[in-house]
Design a protein around this ligand. Sequence first.
Ligand code: SF4
Length: 290
Amino acid sequence: MEVLVADEYGFCFGVERAVEMVEDALAEGAQVRTLGPLIHNTQEINRLEAEGVSAMTVPLEADGGITAVIRAHGVTPQVQRELESRAARVIDATCPFVTKVQKLASRAAANERDVVLVGDPNHPEMIGVVGYAPENTYVVRDASEVAALPPLRKPLVVSQTTLKLKTFLDAAEAVRAKTSEAPEVVNTICSATRDRQDAARALAGFVDAFYVIGGKHSSNSVKLLGVCQEQCERSQLIETDLEINPEDLRDVQRVGVTAGASTPKWLIDQVVEKLRSIGARMENETALAG
Ligand code: SF4
């Protein structure tokens, strides 16, 4: 049985960077607390907890000489200031792609322009961006919400980094139709999600079974599973190698592996290792039977 891993899988740039920043702080002996869970992966959170990392829910908890970590989603300037006033040190692990959206919003507001931010208003990344231009930003989920906005001044249209391109383009078009001044449209979607889906799609047609490694509640992992299932019916979402049933692989010649953007490499390596050992065992059994 051949084990084929998708070309793009696992940690995205921003998550990998945030975890590395936490590891570096731990190596320096810091007592690290993240504002909210650092990533959406139970096994990685458990590993970090074992190393002494804990999560806090509000900046008020950032006392006692701790090192506070802002995760990849970013926060509002107000929350950042509060952390800075309480914690011994603040590590800003905001993903640079998110920082770009924050800066665009802040600059537009300074120039008395309105910002239309397309995405989920309840997502932490969006709440953080709105904080950079609270008086000037309108959040819309999609094009259908644009008509209800008040008249817009020299609008800038930007997006949540994980949004679908079509949703963003449709909303930008709706803003264009609504305003007499042509809006400035900046596509701030990050390619991490799409790259993982494209790589999974490219592999799914060549394999008999596919394992997607990721949290059952991780939306990017669930979407990745959907992409795999389009071409490979025997696609499964698993959190760890313990969920692999060797019996499911009896007649499998090729098995594919991919992982969501919050899945650490060590979990992926464990799955690949397990699949290879199942493959080797099946080969031995076949040889003995022959
Ligand atoms: S998905 Fe993209 S924007 Fe979000 S943390 Fe990862 S690299 Fe950064």
